[in-house]
Write a protein that binds this ligand. Sequence first.
Ligand code: G3P
Ligand code: CA
Length: 352
Amino acid sequence: MDSGHALRRGRFKREENLSLASSSTERLALSKTPPIVIAHRGACGYLPEHTLAAKALAHGMGADFMEQDVVLSRDGVALVLHDIHLDSTTDVAIKFPGRARTDGRFYAIDLDLPEIRELRVHERISVNAGTSAEAVYPQRFPSRPALFQVPTLEEEITMLAGLDRSRGCRTGLYIEFKAPDWHADQGLDLPGAVLAVLDKTGYADRPEQVFLQCFNDKTLRRMHEAGQTQLPMIQLIGENDWGEDGGVDFNYLRTPPGLSRVAEYAQGIGPFLPQIYLGKSDSGAVQLSNLVTTAQEKGLLVHPYTLRQDELPPGINSFSELLDVFVQRAGVDGLFTDFPDLVVDYMKTQHM
Ligand code: G3P
Ligand code: CA
Protein backbone atom coordinates (compact mmCIF):
# COMPACT_ATOMS: atom_id res chain seq x y z
CA MET A 1 0.00 0.00 0.00
CA ASP A 2 1.17 3.48 -0.77
CA SER A 3 1.83 5.20 2.53
CA GLY A 4 2.22 8.44 0.59
CA HIS A 5 -1.42 8.98 1.36
CA ALA A 6 -0.49 9.30 5.00
CA LEU A 7 -1.06 12.88 4.31
CA ARG A 8 -0.09 16.40 3.83
CA ARG A 9 -1.60 18.46 6.60
CA GLY A 10 -1.79 15.52 9.00
CA ARG A 11 1.60 14.04 8.27
CA PHE A 12 3.56 17.24 8.57
CA LYS A 13 1.73 18.18 11.75
CA ARG A 14 2.37 14.75 13.17
CA GLU A 15 6.07 14.85 12.49
CA GLU A 16 6.33 18.19 14.29
CA ASN A 17 4.43 16.79 17.24
CA LEU A 18 6.44 13.60 17.48
CA SER A 19 9.49 15.53 18.58
CA LEU A 20 7.43 17.23 21.27
CA ALA A 21 5.76 14.11 22.64
CA SER A 22 7.24 13.44 26.03
CA SER A 23 5.10 10.78 27.66
CA SER A 24 4.39 7.27 26.43
CA THR A 25 0.69 8.15 26.35
CA GLU A 26 1.35 11.04 24.01
CA ARG A 27 3.53 8.88 21.78
CA LEU A 28 0.83 6.22 21.66
CA ALA A 29 -1.75 8.83 20.69
CA LEU A 30 0.50 9.98 17.87
CA SER A 31 1.42 6.53 16.62
CA LYS A 32 -1.43 6.31 14.08
CA THR A 33 -1.47 8.48 10.98
CA PRO A 34 -4.27 11.06 11.28
CA PRO A 35 -7.31 10.49 9.09
CA ILE A 36 -7.45 12.47 5.87
CA VAL A 37 -10.19 15.07 5.51
CA ILE A 38 -12.06 14.69 2.22
CA ALA A 39 -14.27 17.63 1.29
CA HIS A 40 -17.41 15.85 0.04
CA ARG A 41 -18.58 17.74 -3.07
CA GLY A 42 -16.49 20.62 -1.65
CA ALA A 43 -17.57 22.45 1.50
CA CYS A 44 -21.14 21.67 0.48
CA GLY A 45 -22.49 22.27 3.97
CA TYR A 46 -22.03 25.97 3.20
CA LEU A 47 -22.22 26.45 -0.58
CA PRO A 48 -23.95 24.47 -3.36
CA GLU A 49 -22.23 21.15 -4.06
CA HIS A 50 -19.60 20.81 -6.77
CA THR A 51 -19.33 24.53 -7.48
CA LEU A 52 -15.90 26.11 -7.74
CA ALA A 53 -16.95 28.34 -4.84
CA ALA A 54 -17.56 25.28 -2.62
CA LYS A 55 -14.18 23.84 -3.62
CA ALA A 56 -12.34 27.11 -2.99
CA LEU A 57 -13.95 27.39 0.43
CA ALA A 58 -12.93 23.81 1.30
CA HIS A 59 -9.39 24.58 0.14
CA GLY A 60 -9.27 27.55 2.47
CA MET A 61 -10.60 25.39 5.30
CA GLY A 62 -7.62 23.05 4.96
CA ALA A 63 -9.21 19.90 3.57
CA ASP A 64 -6.63 17.34 2.42
CA PHE A 65 -8.61 16.10 -0.59
CA MET A 66 -11.39 17.55 -2.74
CA GLU A 67 -14.02 15.17 -4.03
CA GLN A 68 -15.10 15.27 -7.70
CA ASP A 69 -18.07 13.22 -8.86
CA VAL A 70 -17.75 13.06 -12.63
CA VAL A 71 -20.26 12.52 -15.48
CA LEU A 72 -19.99 13.30 -19.19
CA SER A 73 -21.74 15.79 -21.44
CA ARG A 74 -23.04 14.73 -24.86
CA ASP A 75 -19.80 15.88 -26.46
CA GLY A 76 -17.80 13.79 -24.00
CA VAL A 77 -16.53 16.52 -21.65
CA ALA A 78 -15.87 15.44 -18.05
CA LEU A 79 -18.15 17.50 -15.77
CA VAL A 80 -18.00 17.75 -11.99
CA LEU A 81 -21.57 16.82 -11.16
CA HIS A 82 -23.00 14.30 -8.71
CA ASP A 83 -26.00 13.08 -10.69
CA ILE A 84 -26.35 11.85 -14.24
CA HIS A 85 -29.35 14.19 -14.09
CA LEU A 86 -29.23 18.00 -14.07
CA ASP A 87 -32.59 18.86 -12.55
CA SER A 88 -31.77 18.51 -8.84
CA THR A 89 -29.01 21.11 -8.88
CA THR A 90 -29.48 23.34 -11.95
CA ASP A 91 -32.10 25.44 -13.75
CA VAL A 92 -32.10 23.10 -16.76
CA ALA A 93 -35.92 22.79 -16.75
CA ILE A 94 -36.17 26.56 -17.28
CA LYS A 95 -33.32 26.90 -19.80
CA PHE A 96 -34.09 23.77 -21.87
CA PRO A 97 -37.72 22.84 -21.13
CA GLY A 98 -38.05 20.52 -24.12
CA ARG A 99 -35.01 18.36 -23.35
CA ALA A 100 -36.40 15.98 -20.73
CA ARG A 101 -36.50 12.29 -21.54
CA THR A 102 -39.74 10.32 -21.32
CA ASP A 103 -39.07 9.72 -17.62
CA GLY A 104 -39.31 13.49 -17.08
CA ARG A 105 -35.64 13.83 -16.14
CA PHE A 106 -32.97 16.01 -17.75
CA TYR A 107 -29.68 14.21 -18.39
CA ALA A 108 -26.25 15.85 -18.57
CA ILE A 109 -25.38 13.46 -21.38
CA ASP A 110 -28.12 15.00 -23.56
CA LEU A 111 -26.51 18.48 -23.57
CA ASP A 112 -23.29 19.63 -25.19
CA LEU A 113 -20.80 21.70 -23.20
CA PRO A 114 -21.93 25.06 -24.68
CA GLU A 115 -25.44 24.25 -23.43
CA ILE A 116 -24.14 23.17 -20.02
CA ARG A 117 -22.44 26.57 -19.87
CA GLU A 118 -25.85 28.26 -19.99
CA LEU A 119 -27.04 26.51 -16.84
CA ARG A 120 -26.88 27.94 -13.34
CA VAL A 121 -26.34 25.75 -10.29
CA HIS A 122 -28.29 26.02 -7.06
CA GLU A 123 -28.44 24.21 -3.74
CA ARG A 124 -29.76 20.64 -4.11
CA ILE A 125 -33.52 20.22 -4.20
CA SER A 126 -35.63 17.08 -4.26
CA VAL A 127 -37.20 16.43 -7.65
CA ASN A 128 -40.52 14.65 -7.20
CA ALA A 129 -43.03 14.72 -10.01
CA GLY A 130 -46.24 16.52 -9.03
CA THR A 131 -44.91 18.09 -5.84
CA SER A 132 -43.14 21.39 -5.22
CA ALA A 133 -39.37 21.14 -5.09
CA GLU A 134 -37.88 21.45 -1.62
CA ALA A 135 -34.33 21.98 -0.42
CA VAL A 136 -32.79 18.70 0.70
CA TYR A 137 -31.01 20.55 3.53
CA PRO A 138 -33.23 23.55 4.36
CA GLN A 139 -30.71 25.19 6.72
CA ARG A 140 -27.97 25.35 4.10
CA PHE A 141 -27.33 27.90 1.34
CA PRO A 142 -30.61 29.21 -0.19
CA SER A 143 -31.81 27.15 -3.15
CA ARG A 144 -32.70 30.29 -5.12
CA PRO A 145 -31.42 32.15 -6.99
CA ALA A 146 -29.15 29.85 -8.99
CA LEU A 147 -25.80 31.66 -9.00
CA PHE A 148 -23.13 29.18 -10.02
CA GLN A 149 -21.92 27.17 -13.01
CA VAL A 150 -21.23 23.48 -13.64
CA PRO A 151 -17.42 23.17 -13.75
CA THR A 152 -15.56 20.84 -16.04
CA LEU A 153 -13.08 18.53 -14.34
CA GLU A 154 -10.24 20.31 -16.08
CA GLU A 155 -11.41 23.71 -14.84
CA GLU A 156 -11.70 22.48 -11.28
CA ILE A 157 -8.27 20.87 -11.29
CA THR A 158 -6.79 24.04 -12.78
CA MET A 159 -8.36 26.13 -10.02
CA LEU A 160 -7.17 23.79 -7.27
CA ALA A 161 -3.65 23.72 -8.68
CA GLY A 162 -3.71 27.50 -8.76
CA LEU A 163 -4.84 27.68 -5.15
CA ASP A 164 -2.17 25.18 -4.16
CA ARG A 165 0.39 27.50 -5.70
CA SER A 166 -0.95 30.76 -4.28
CA ARG A 167 -1.55 29.27 -0.83
CA GLY A 168 1.63 27.19 -0.74
CA CYS A 169 0.12 23.76 -0.19
CA ARG A 170 -0.76 20.56 -2.01
CA THR A 171 -4.33 19.35 -2.15
CA GLY A 172 -5.46 15.98 -3.39
CA LEU A 173 -8.13 14.98 -5.90
CA TYR A 174 -10.65 12.27 -5.01
CA ILE A 175 -12.46 11.47 -8.26
CA GLU A 176 -15.54 9.27 -8.57
CA PHE A 177 -16.64 7.68 -11.84
CA LYS A 178 -20.41 8.00 -11.77
CA ALA A 179 -22.30 5.17 -13.48
CA PRO A 180 -19.55 4.06 -15.89
CA ASP A 181 -21.57 1.14 -17.32
CA TRP A 182 -24.52 3.48 -18.00
CA HIS A 183 -22.16 5.87 -19.80
CA ALA A 184 -20.82 2.97 -21.87
CA ASP A 185 -24.39 2.01 -22.79
CA GLN A 186 -24.84 5.62 -23.99
CA GLY A 187 -21.71 5.25 -26.10
CA LEU A 188 -19.21 7.18 -23.95
CA ASP A 189 -16.08 6.08 -22.06
CA LEU A 190 -16.16 7.81 -18.68
CA PRO A 191 -12.93 6.39 -17.15
CA GLY A 192 -11.07 7.15 -20.38
CA ALA A 193 -12.27 10.76 -20.38
CA VAL A 194 -11.21 11.25 -16.75
CA LEU A 195 -7.78 9.73 -17.29
CA ALA A 196 -7.28 11.99 -20.32
CA VAL A 197 -7.93 15.07 -18.15
CA LEU A 198 -5.55 13.81 -15.47
CA ASP A 199 -2.92 13.24 -18.12
CA LYS A 200 -3.41 16.71 -19.58
CA THR A 201 -3.26 18.45 -16.20
CA GLY A 202 -0.23 16.50 -15.00
CA TYR A 203 -1.98 14.50 -12.27
CA ALA A 204 -1.90 11.07 -13.94
CA ASP A 205 1.49 10.31 -12.37
CA ARG A 206 0.80 11.61 -8.87
CA PRO A 207 -0.40 8.59 -6.87
CA GLU A 208 0.19 10.46 -3.63
CA GLN A 209 -2.24 13.19 -4.70
CA VAL A 210 -5.11 11.37 -6.42
CA PHE A 211 -7.63 8.69 -5.48
CA LEU A 212 -10.02 7.14 -8.00
CA GLN A 213 -13.30 5.86 -6.56
CA CYS A 214 -16.30 3.97 -7.90
CA PHE A 215 -19.24 1.86 -6.72
CA ASN A 216 -18.88 -0.35 -9.80
CA ASP A 217 -16.31 -3.00 -8.85
CA LYS A 218 -15.98 -4.30 -12.40
CA THR A 219 -14.88 -0.88 -13.65
CA LEU A 220 -12.06 -0.60 -11.10
CA ARG A 221 -10.95 -4.20 -11.56
CA ARG A 222 -10.93 -3.81 -15.34
CA MET A 223 -8.85 -0.63 -15.14
CA HIS A 224 -6.38 -2.32 -12.79
CA GLU A 225 -6.04 -5.45 -14.91
CA ALA A 226 -5.62 -3.43 -18.11
CA GLY A 227 -2.91 -1.33 -16.47
CA GLN A 228 -4.80 1.82 -17.41
CA THR A 229 -3.55 3.72 -14.38
CA GLN A 230 -1.23 3.42 -11.40
CA LEU A 231 -3.39 5.77 -9.33
CA PRO A 232 -4.80 4.26 -6.12
CA MET A 233 -8.40 3.09 -6.22
CA ILE A 234 -11.11 3.11 -3.59
CA GLN A 235 -13.98 0.64 -3.83
CA LEU A 236 -17.13 2.40 -2.67
CA ILE A 237 -19.53 0.18 -0.76
CA GLY A 238 -23.24 0.92 -0.85
CA GLU A 239 -26.35 -1.13 -0.19
CA ASN A 240 -27.65 -3.72 -2.65
CA ASP A 241 -31.07 -2.04 -2.92
CA TRP A 242 -29.64 1.30 -4.12
CA GLY A 243 -29.54 0.05 -7.70
CA GLU A 244 -25.99 1.24 -8.26
CA ASP A 245 -24.34 0.94 -11.67
CA GLY A 246 -22.92 -2.51 -12.42
CA GLY A 247 -25.25 -4.57 -10.20
CA VAL A 248 -22.60 -4.92 -7.49
CA ASP A 249 -23.13 -7.33 -4.58
CA PHE A 250 -22.06 -5.02 -1.77
CA ASN A 251 -23.06 -7.56 0.89
CA TYR A 252 -20.38 -9.87 -0.50
CA LEU A 253 -17.76 -7.13 -0.81
CA ARG A 254 -18.12 -6.44 2.93
CA THR A 255 -17.25 -10.04 3.89
CA PRO A 256 -13.64 -11.13 4.56
CA PRO A 257 -13.38 -12.98 1.21
CA GLY A 258 -15.03 -10.03 -0.55
CA LEU A 259 -12.53 -7.62 0.99
CA SER A 260 -9.68 -9.91 -0.07
CA ARG A 261 -10.99 -9.67 -3.63
CA VAL A 262 -11.14 -5.87 -3.37
CA ALA A 263 -7.54 -5.80 -2.14
CA GLU A 264 -6.47 -7.37 -5.45
CA TYR A 265 -7.18 -4.13 -7.32
CA ALA A 266 -7.94 -1.36 -4.79
CA GLN A 267 -6.05 0.38 -2.02
CA GLY A 268 -9.09 1.03 0.13
CA ILE A 269 -12.82 1.02 0.63
CA GLY A 270 -15.37 3.81 1.02
CA PRO A 271 -18.18 2.40 3.16
CA PHE A 272 -21.54 3.93 4.13
CA LEU A 273 -21.53 5.19 7.75
CA PRO A 274 -24.19 2.71 8.99
CA GLN A 275 -22.00 -0.18 7.80
CA ILE A 276 -19.54 0.81 10.56
CA TYR A 277 -21.60 2.52 13.27
CA LEU A 278 -24.52 0.22 14.09
CA GLY A 279 -26.13 2.38 16.80
CA LYS A 280 -26.10 2.24 20.58
CA SER A 281 -27.08 -0.50 22.99
CA ASP A 282 -29.80 -0.01 25.62
CA SER A 283 -27.06 1.04 28.02
CA GLY A 284 -25.79 3.64 25.56
CA ALA A 285 -22.69 1.77 24.42
CA VAL A 286 -21.52 2.45 20.85
CA GLN A 287 -21.94 -0.61 18.61
CA LEU A 288 -19.43 -1.00 15.77
CA SER A 289 -19.20 -3.58 13.03
CA ASN A 290 -15.86 -5.28 12.37
CA LEU A 291 -15.66 -3.82 8.85
CA VAL A 292 -12.88 -1.33 9.63
CA THR A 293 -10.59 -3.82 11.35
CA THR A 294 -11.22 -6.55 8.79
CA ALA A 295 -10.51 -4.22 5.88
CA GLN A 296 -7.39 -2.81 7.53
CA GLU A 297 -6.14 -6.35 8.19
CA LYS A 298 -6.37 -6.88 4.43
CA GLY A 299 -4.20 -3.77 3.92
CA LEU A 300 -7.10 -1.60 2.83
CA LEU A 301 -7.63 2.04 3.79
CA VAL A 302 -11.10 2.88 5.11
CA HIS A 303 -12.69 6.21 4.11
CA PRO A 304 -16.39 6.24 5.12
CA TYR A 305 -19.03 8.66 3.79
CA THR A 306 -20.59 11.10 4.70
CA LEU A 307 -20.23 12.97 8.01
CA ARG A 308 -22.78 15.79 8.24
CA GLN A 309 -23.42 18.15 11.10
CA ASP A 310 -27.04 18.50 10.00
CA GLU A 311 -27.75 14.79 9.53
CA LEU A 312 -26.46 12.89 12.55
CA PRO A 313 -26.92 9.10 12.77
CA PRO A 314 -29.39 7.71 15.35
CA GLY A 315 -28.09 7.97 18.91
CA ILE A 316 -25.39 10.53 18.06
CA ASN A 317 -26.01 13.88 19.72
CA SER A 318 -23.30 16.11 18.26
CA PHE A 319 -20.84 16.31 15.41
CA SER A 320 -17.91 15.96 17.82
CA GLU A 321 -19.45 12.75 19.21
CA LEU A 322 -19.77 11.48 15.64
CA LEU A 323 -16.09 12.23 15.08
CA ASP A 324 -15.15 10.53 18.34
CA VAL A 325 -16.93 7.38 17.16
CA PHE A 326 -15.30 7.25 13.72
CA VAL A 327 -11.85 8.64 14.52
CA GLN A 328 -11.17 7.43 18.07
CA ARG A 329 -13.31 4.31 18.31
CA ALA A 330 -13.49 2.94 14.78
CA GLY A 331 -10.03 4.18 13.73
CA VAL A 332 -10.82 5.07 10.13
CA ASP A 333 -8.12 6.34 7.76
CA GLY A 334 -10.12 9.23 6.30
CA LEU A 335 -13.55 10.82 6.26
CA PHE A 336 -15.85 12.28 3.64
CA THR A 337 -17.53 15.32 5.14
CA ASP A 338 -19.74 18.21 4.03
CA PHE A 339 -18.15 20.29 6.82
CA PRO A 340 -14.36 20.10 6.37
CA ASP A 341 -13.69 23.04 8.71
CA LEU A 342 -15.29 21.23 11.64
CA VAL A 343 -13.25 18.08 11.01
CA VAL A 344 -10.01 20.05 10.63
CA ASP A 345 -10.77 21.86 13.92
CA TYR A 346 -11.52 18.54 15.61
CA MET A 347 -8.19 17.10 14.45
CA LYS A 348 -6.42 20.10 15.97
CA THR A 349 -8.17 19.66 19.32
CA GLN A 350 -7.10 16.00 19.27
CA HIS A 351 -3.51 17.06 18.39
CA MET A 352 -3.71 15.04 15.17
O1 G3P B 1 -17.95 8.99 -2.98
C1 G3P B 1 -18.23 8.88 -1.64
C2 G3P B 1 -19.62 9.32 -1.48
O2 G3P B 1 -19.68 10.58 -2.05
C3 G3P B 1 -20.53 8.37 -2.17
O3 G3P B 1 -21.78 8.83 -2.17
O4 G3P B 1 -23.66 9.56 -3.52
O5 G3P B 1 -22.33 11.23 -2.27
O6 G3P B 1 -21.39 10.15 -4.29
P1 G3P B 1 -22.30 9.99 -3.12
CA1 CA C 1 -19.13 10.72 -4.43
